[in-house]
Design a protein around this ligand. Sequence first.
Ligand SMILES: [Fe+2]
Ligand SMILES: [Fe+2]
Length: 240
Amino acid sequence: MKLFTSEDKLSRVVTDNYHLLPVINRFGIRLGFGDATIGEICAERDIHVPFFLVIINAFHHPDYFPKSEFLKFSPRLIVDYLRHTHQYYLSWVVPKMEKQLENLVESSQTNTEDLRLIILFFRKYKSELLYHIKDEEDSVFPYVLRITAAYEDGVPLSEEDWGKSIETYEKEHSDVDEKMTDLKNLVIKFLKADYNDNLCNDFLITLFRFERDLIDHSRIEDKILVPMITRIENILKNDQ
Ligand SMILES: [Fe+2]
Ligand SMILES: [Fe+2]
């Protein structure tokens, strides 16, 4: 497995795997980086190089997930990255999926049961996903940042926060992940209506890409953020 290093040109990262483009954008990096290396670009924008490298390498190699490396970073870096990812889902991916499904439905002359079922399923999936993201943005992440401020800066925790635990706070991801697989299968296995093949393929490709991005996102939350905060909770409780 060849990992990207700070000496690699960022243009090479993109040509090796263009799926990394939105991941790179989450750090505020946009195209037009010439021949600059990852190290140079990160230094220019004040981006934490080891964190950037772990994120792009973990996304690029699904089998590469250096838990101990990840656990060294501040939860603030992780939350910042996760929030940018949510923003990308809300402002771009979800509306795109919705528009592509709409185009697919419009391409069909017959309003058949299978199409209606896919629309219904998509709406249900979308509302669950939005609810999940809102819960993280409004409750989980602010709690993580308060715990981090208590640990890193000695900011006192409120009575209420002392009774909380990230383990119960962060909801299961399996539901959201499984529903995406079900939606894909519904389209692949059961779509029979007359429809435009290219529009359907566009929709399906967006679902596949989103599924991959979500798996990466959820594993950072479940395997890094939760254990990281559990460890800090235990340290704070022992110091009390
Ligand atoms: Fe999330
Ligand atoms: Fe999540």
